[in-house]
Design a protein around this ligand. Sequence first.
Ligand SMILES: Nc1nc2c(ncn2[C@@H]2O[C@H](COP(=O)(O)OP(=O)(O)OP(=O)(O)O)[C@@H](O)[C@H]2O)c(=O)[nH]1
Ligand SMILES: [Mg+2]
Length: 465
Amino acid sequence: MFNPWNRHPLGRTKTVGITGLVQSGKTVLLTSLISHLRNHSPGRLPIGGNGTQVTEVCALPLPPGSTPFDVERYREDLAAHRFPPKTLTTHEFRAEYVRSDWSFTRLALHLIEVPGELLADSIVATHPRFDDWSDAVLRVLARHDFARLTGPFLDALESSSDQDASTGEETLHRAYRTALARMVLAYMPVVTPSSFLPRSPLEGVDSTASEDQRIAALVDQQVCGLDRERQFFPLSAAQRVKSASILERFRQHYTAYRQEIVLPMARRLQRCDELIVLVDVAMLLEGGTGMLNANALFLEQLLQAVDPGFRPPAAVLNGLCRVLGGFTPFRGIRRLTFVATKADRVHPTDRGNLLDLLKDLVRPLVGRIQATRNLQIDYHLCAAVCCTRCPDPERHVLNHPAAASAVDRPPSVVEVDVSSVPAEWPADFAPGDYVFADPAPWMPKALVRVPDQIDLHRIAETILS
Ligand SMILES: Nc1nc2c(ncn2[C@@H]2O[C@H](COP(=O)(O)OP(=O)(O)OP(=O)(O)O)[C@@H](O)[C@H]2O)c(=O)[nH]1
Ligand SMILES: [Mg+2]
C-alpha cells in the first residue's frame, strides 16, 4: 500500500505461520523474538549489516475473531520460571516494523502460532472421504513403530467380524481410544482425530498417577470427534461392508469434524506466505527410533496438508508483483524454514551436528516438492532462550537452573552430563539412550532486558526480509 504521508511510503504485508509439534518451543520462540524486536539492539540481535536497527512502529489490529498472542503474559510466566500454558487454539500477533536499511518500505507483519495438536489432523485434511482416511490411518497404525501401542486395537478390528455389530462398535471404539491414549503418553504425533488430545488437566489425575490410571482417564474423558454424540474411529474395508449403518454415521461425523475443525486450520496455514516449522531434535534423540520415525511421518503429512510452493508461472507472476510492491495474485507458502529449537540443551561443540540431523530428517521430504515447484527452504538452529552454560569445553557437562524448583524462587543451578549428538541418525536407538539438559524456563524480569539466545537473529532475519 502506498502512503505518500509516511516516511516509509511503501507498505508490504507478510504472514508467517509458526508451527511444530507439541512442546517444540513455538510460544517461547515468539515471546523471545517479539521481546527482542521491541527492544532491538543490533549488538545482541544482528540483522542485515552495519548495525541495522529494527523498530516496532505500532501494533496492528487483528482480524475479527482471532485470539491475540499474549506476549506480556508469556514473558511473566518465563520470568517466574513457569512453563507457558499449552497453546490450544491459533494465536496471532500483528505489528508494523521498519528497518534502518529500508529507505521506503515498512512491513505489516502477521505472526500466527498454530498449535501442534491441530497438526496431528493433517491426515484428515488430505483425505476428504472417511473411507480413505480409515485406510490411511490403519496403514499408519500397522507400522512396526506403533505395533506395541496399537496392536490390541488392530487385533480387535480383525476379530470383530465374529461379533454382533453394535457390541463390536463399543468394543472397537474403546480399543481405539486406548490405542490413542498410549500414543499420547508416548508422545507419538499421530493422534487423529486430535480432539482426543487433552486440552486441560485430566480429572482425577495428579503427578503420582500411574500409566494405567492415565490411560483409563484419557479413554473415559476424551472424545474422538466433534463431541460425545459425533465420534468416529477408522473402520477396515471388511468392517465397512459389514456395518453399513455405522459406516453411514461415521461418514457424517467425519465430514462435520473435517469441515468445522480441520479445514479452517489447514486453510489458515495454506494462506501464510512463509512457514517456520520447529523441530526439537534433541527430544527425538531422547525418544528413540519410534519417535523419530513418527515425526518424519508427521512432517510428511504436514507438508501434504499445507501444499507449499508455486508452479513456475504462478511463482513468476507473484515475484513480479512483489517487486512492483503490489498485491500477489496467488496466495500460498513460498518459503519454509525448518528450525532445530532448544539448541542450548546440547553441548556447544555438538550444535553443528544438531543442524545436520535436522537436514537429514527433512531433506528427503521436501526434495519431492522442490523437484516440481518454486519453494525456498532454509534450515536453522536456535535457542529462543539460552538457559545453559558450558563450564568446561573439555567436558560434556552443562550448568543450568534446575527444572523442579519452587515457583517464584530462583532455581538452584545444577551441573548435568549430556550425551554427544551423533553426526548422523543412528540406525537404531532406544528411548533413554540419549539424555540432554532439561533446564527451568527463564526470562529477565526487566522488560528492557532481552533474553540470552542462540542464533535467534537468523529467524528474525527470515521473518523481516
Ligand atoms: N532450554 C530451552 N527450553 C526451551 C526453549 N524454548 C522452549 N523451551 C521449553 O520447552 C517447553 C515448551 O515450550 P513452548 O514454547 O511452550 O512450546 P510450544 O511448542 O508452544 O508448546 P505447545 O503450545 O504446548 O504446543 C517449555 O518448557 C519451554 O521452557 C529454549 O530455547 N531452550
Ligand atoms: Mg505454545
